[in-house]
Design a protein around this ligand. Structure first.
Ligand code: GLU
Length: 418
């Protein structure tokens, strides 16, 4: 298991890049020190009385543009995790070269234990606590784990009520009716598919039928399964927090998802849709017979105890931080290609950027226009990362960090901050 914290893992990855780039102490310090940490208690009325939660926003770096990054509602969203995710957002935006910085927010609680009305109260309390710190030219939140377009709508509404002005660009991942962008909901999955297709083309890997296993069948896991299935890939395994299903011959993820939404879990959906599906655990999913493994759920899923057992040749990191640095070393030695989160899942923030641009113009693109703009950004970033990895004989993660770090430092230098 992962014994080190998410921020320690970030520092390990950063140190590797710092060594290759020969960074000095001042530069390293700039990349491990957040600009601002906001930690506030929020009080929320619930059915069982008033409850207090911890609300966070970590603004890591804004040298390249306003702070940008999601908000997660999760029991493990503590300050260390939010800090690591904020740093990763700065790197991610730099890797795909969009003019934004990095931030992340969170509320440490489990939304599954609360009603829709109580979740609205938590969302409004978060916005109220952060009203001075967010804004379209300052810091732009978005969805992350267990947060939705509806939650973005509550936050925008609360922010606008407090400031007394209309400002849709304060947040992205909003419902379309409030200025959200077409294509934002499937964007993370779609971006991952563009990167995967470019990898297969570049590395000359025959495409069909590649067997794909996906851990996590929420919004992002579902969209990536749906898109890959439509492109002719064979989806052999999917799972949610309760467990997973496997069939070496593949299955239709659309049917499973529709039944999961009704029945509550992948397992119960399997029983109803297709009796040939084998029930597996999440651990078995990671180690199953497949060509492409897509962790799209928790961080730290691939660690030193299971990295040896993974059979996939490609790991596409749709979750944030699913592979620990120890597992990275094992996978690199085994010749397994890991497409890192800061590249593989950057489609989400890239379409968030498009949403923010459209809000600024108050003029909106079709879904086709959004996808036409997303594809070259994702595939161009992949090509740069791939070339850099080949040049230094390093992993794609290390190469992505090199590119991200260089761009952030270049902007900091231009501002005279370092
Ligand atoms: N939460 C997503 C991420 O980790 C999206 C962030 C955004 O759209 O700002 O990349």
């Amino acid at each position: 298991m992962n014994t080190r914290t998410p921020f320690q893992n970030y520092q390990t990855n950063l140190k590797k890049a710092a060594k290759i780039l020969n960074l000095n102490d001042k530069e390293i310090h700039a990349l491990v020190t957040p600009d601002k940490i906001i930690e506030k208690k929020i009080k929320v009325k619930t059915a069982s009385g008033e409850k207090e939660f911890l609300a966070y926003r970590v603004q890591f770096n804004n040298a390249r543009g306003p702070y940008k990054g999601g908000i997660r509602f999760h029991p493990e969203a503590d300050l260390d995790e939010v800090k690591a995710l904020a740093a990763a957002m700065a790197i991610k935006c730099a890797v795909v070269n969009i003019p934004l910085g990095g931030a992340k927010g969170g509320v440490q609680f489990n939304p599954k234990d609360f009603s829709e009305k109580e979740i609205e109260e938590v969302s409004r309390a978060w916005a109220h606590a952060m009203v001075e710190d967010i804004g379209k030219d300052k810091d732009i939140p978005a969805p992350d784990m267990y947060t939705t377009p509806q939650i973005m709508a509550y936050i925008m509404d609360e922010f606008e009520k407090n400031t007394g002005r209309s400002e849709p660009g304060v947040i992205t991942g909003k419902p379309i009716t409030l200025g959200g962008s077409l294509g934002r909901t499937p964007a993370t999955g779609q971006g991952g598919v563009y990167v995967l297709e470019k990898l297969l083309e570049t590395a000359n890997i025959a495409k069909n039928p590649l067997k794909v296993a996906i851990q996590g069948f929420g919004n992002t896991g579902y969209h990536i399964a749906r898109i890959l299935h439509a492109l002719g890939y064979s989806i052999v395994a999917v799972s949610d927090s309760k467990g997973g299903i496997y069939n070496v011959n593949g299955f239709d993820p659309e049917k499973i998802f529709a039944t999961k939404v009704e029945q509550g879990s992948v397992e119960s959906a399997a029983e109803e849709v297709d009796s040939s599906l084998k029930i597996i655990t999440n651990e078995e999913l990671l180690e199953c017979e497949c060509d492409v493994l897509i962790p799209a759920a928790l961080d730290g899923a691939i660690h030193k105890s299971n990295a040896e057992k993974i059979k996939a040749q490609i790991i596409l990191e749709i979750a944030n931080g699913p592979t620990t640095p120890e597992a990275d070393e094992i996978l690199f030695k085994r010749g397994i290609t890991v497409v890192p989160d800061v590249l593989a899942n950057a489609g989400g923030v890239t379409v968030s950027y498009f949403e923010w641009v459209q809000n600024g113009m108050n003029f909106y693109w079709t879904e086709k226009e959004v996808l036409e703009k997303l594809k070259p950004i994702m595939q161009g970033a992949f090509t740069e990362v791939w070339a850099r990895a080949k040049k230094h004989s390093i992993s794609l993660r290390d190469a992505a960090f090199l590119i991200g770090v260089e761009r952030i430092l270049e902007a900091m230098r231009a501002r005279g901050r370092i």
